[in-house]
Write a protein that binds this ligand. Structure first.
Ligand SMILES: O=C(O)C(=O)Cc1ccccc1
Length: 309
């Protein structure tokens, strides 16, 4: 059998590759870099790769819109695993470039958002040049083509890969920043239920009315399901029209999760199931009293007995 082909937001030296390396340490496989989240997910949809590692949320900057939006439309994809990576940024430049001469800095938008305080204090007025990833910014500095920036914010490994000089270490504004990455695949066999699982969905409301969001959230609340992420994203059809990207504890094979999904299916215009997968931290889902599989089965058996006395 050929090795699993994993795509990732590249080039080599991105934080996404670190997430993939940590996954591959226990799962093996071949790594294929892509220039953007969209191109990796498109290649996955075309079956050119078997899975793709992409960033989804960050403890400082929040959700990664490119990923949330790419999962919200197009042929269905599902999350099959997650990896959390602690993030440390360096400021890197070509040898000989003094800090005080830096006028423009290239990096990924999520990296820039996490070093803004440092930049305001140490390089006030430096322009921000967006790049598709932190490692792409580092690679750009090392190449022959003028990039329009003289320093990159990237991982230490990306600076080292390209022979850049590190002008400042650990420049993130918040110590302990973590980014969560997800491994995405085409729908297939569900990852096993472990008791320490998460499920991701994208919900599209039927109509805009008072209590509409509450109606969605109730589906979780009454079944004792704890949400771990909730974000609204524009549906892109009209101004003011939103869909909701939600992660919650539990697996689609859990009875309470199945019941909640049925409730959502009933009240939403569309429920996009984006996968059930083991949580990286292994934290067991706390099952609230009267929301275990046995409680739902007992209630269902009771109903059956009423219908078929
Ligand atoms: O650009 C990268 O290295 C990425 O993997 C995306 C990213 C950027 C900033 C923080 C976390 C992930």
């Amino acid at each position: 059998m050929s090795a699993t082909r994993y795509g990732y937001l590249g080039p080599e030296g991105t934080f996404t590759q670190m997430a993939l390396l940590s996954w591959a340490a226990s799962h093996g496989g071949e790594q294929v870099p892509f220039g953007s989240v969209d191109s990796a997910l498109d290649a996955l949809r075309r079956s050119e790769i078997d899975a793709a590692m992409v960033p989804i949320e960050n403890s400082v900057e929040g959700g990664v819109s490119a990923t949330l939006d790419a999962l919200a439309s197009g042929d269905p994809l599902v999350v099959i695993g997650e990896v959390n990576v602690p993030i440390t940024f360096v400021l890197a430049a070509r040898a000989g470039m003094p800090l005080e001469e830096i006028r423009a800095v290239g990096t990924h938008s999520h990296a820039w958002a996490q070093v803004r305080g440092w930049m305001d204090a140490r390089l006030p007025g430096a322009a921000y040049v967006p790049t598709l990833s932190t490692a792409a910014a580092a690679a750009g500095l090392a190449g022959d083509v003028e990039q329009g920036y003289d320093a990159a914010v990237c991982a230490p490994v990306a600076a080292a890969n390209h022979g850049l000089t590190v002008l400042a270490d650990d420049i993130g504004d918040r110590a302990g920043a973590v980014t969560r990455f997800v491994l995405v695949a085409r729908p297939g066999a569900l990852p096993e239920r472990t008791g320490a699982d998460k499920t991701t969905v994208m919900l599209f409301q039927r109509d805009d009315r008072a209590g509409g969001l509450l109606e969605l959230l109730e589906q979780f609340a009454v079944r004792g399901i704890n949400m771990t992420r909730l974000e609204s994203r524009p549906t892109k059809s009209t101004l003011g029209s939103y869909c909701f990207s939600i992660d919650f504890e539990g697996h689609v094979l859990d009875e309470r999760v199945g019941e909640a999904l049925m409730g959502l299916k009933r009240v939403c215009a569309e429920v996009r199931f984006l996968g059930s997968y083991p949580r990286e931290d292994g934290a067991q889902t706390e099952v609230a009293p009267l929301t275990g599989d046995e409680d739902f089965s007992a209630a269902r058996n009771w109903l059956h007995s009423l219908r078929r006395p």
